[in-house]
Design a protein around this ligand. Structure first.
Ligand SMILES: Nc1ncnc2c1ncn2[C@@H]1O[C@H](COP(=O)(O)OP(=O)(O)O)[C@@H](O)[C@H]1O
Ligand SMILES: [Mg+2]
Length: 321
């Protein structure tokens, strides 16, 4: 659905996107991640033919971005960063106008707008002036705009930017639902959202691709020391000393919780699970356990690790080692 080959964009004097290559297959939901200024919006603007590349090639929805830019725009639903809307128009009126601009005939545009409003739960505000809508509704109008020409492919640039946690959850559900019918390339920096919705992520930093894989694989490759949390009642100092001698345990830190409960934060070697040993040791001593949990690594941990690595370090090779 998308093929990107050594795409490069230079703005006067600086390279915003530096020879990137990646593919998106039909039916995938791919997260496009990176810190601010990484080059995400620039890439998405090039792929949607709103900006020309300096070098490289790309095909989107089967069309070349240079040769067939009109076709690309007809077959892609694009929601730009900071959704530009006409604030003085009413929701339905605006979407119909957009549908017509995208080449829909009047009758078709009526049907398409109603459908898009239905999908984005906008029907109850269809006659409201856009300026009076909340941020969450405005984002949904942007999304309905992207959907109105029934594209196979959706390219969404930070669709959840500036939304509150509740709106983010709703938008996540919506994007998941859209993923059943559309191929989606979505840039965001809400990583928990990516972990739940995206089958694959492309991580870009300083204009270069730093990783490209499933969230699960990125997390698995993260060679982070293990972290276990133990909350127990008994002789905390003695427990810390004994646990510190277990195989694979690197350090133990104790904090008093009050009422004789202590919390121990235990760091272990990567990929070592010392929970059973700790459990045995504590119960044998006759102490009580309230909690014993290992903190699982998240996509956020993997992202921070990948982006902080010196550039040039390849993630793939490490996995193969
Ligand atoms: N029109 C422009 N002119 C010059 N530099 C730009 C322009 N647009 C973006 N940049 C620069 O290109 C880099 C990438 O920007 P952008 O693609 O917006 O990143 P992201 O969307 O990942 O935050 C940034 O350093 C930004 O300052
Ligand atoms: Mg951006």
């Amino acid at each position: 659905m998308i093929q990107v080959n050594h795409l490069t964009k230079r703005y006067a004097g600086r390279t915003a996107v530096d020879s990137i290559s990646f593919d998106v297959e039909k039916g995938e939901i791919v997260g496009f991640l990176g810190p601010n200024g990484a080059g995400k919006s620039t890439t998405l603007r090039i792929l949607t033919c709103f900006l020309s590349a300096s070098e490289g090639t790309a095909s989107v929805a089967g069309y070349d971005i240079y040769e067939d830019s009109i076709k690309v725009r007809q077959h892609v639903g694009y929601m730009p960063e900071n959704v530009p809307l006409y604030p003085d128009m009413r929701v339905k009126e605006y979407l119909q106008f957009r549908g017509r601009i995208k080449g829909l005939r009047y009758r078709d545009s009526l049907r398409a707008v109603n459908e898009a409003m239905d999908i984005c739960s906008l029907s109850e505000v269809d006659h409201k002036i856009i300026a009076t809508l909340s941020k969450g509704y405005k984002q949904r109008v942007g999304l309905a705009d992207a959907l109105v020409n029934k594209p196979d492919l959706l390219i969404l640039d930070e669709p959840t930017n500036g939304l509150d946690p509740n709106q983010i959850r709703q938008s996540r559900e919506l994007i998941k639902r859209l993923g059943e019918r559309h191929t989606i390339l979505i840039s965001t920096h809400i990583l928990s959202e990516v972990e739940m919705t995206c089958g694959r992520v492309v991580i870009i930093d300083q204009g270069r691709i730093r990783a490209c894989d499933t969230p699960q694989n990125l997390i698995r490759r993260l060679r982070r020391p293990g972290e276990i949390m133990l909350e127990m009642q008994g002789d905390g100092d003695k427990a810390a000393e004994k646990i510190g001698k277990l195989e694979g345990v690197k350090s133990v830190k104790k904090t008093e919780t009050g009422n004789r409960w202590v919390t121990l934060s235990i760091h272990t070697d990567p990929n070592i699970d010392a929970r059973e040993d700790i459990f045995g040791l504590v119960t044998e001593a006759g102490w009580k356990i309230r909690e014993l949990a290992s903190r699982a690594a998240s996509l956020e941990d993997a992202f921070v690790d990948i982006v902080q690595r010196p550039s040039g370090a390849k993630i793939k090779e490490e996995a193969d080692a």
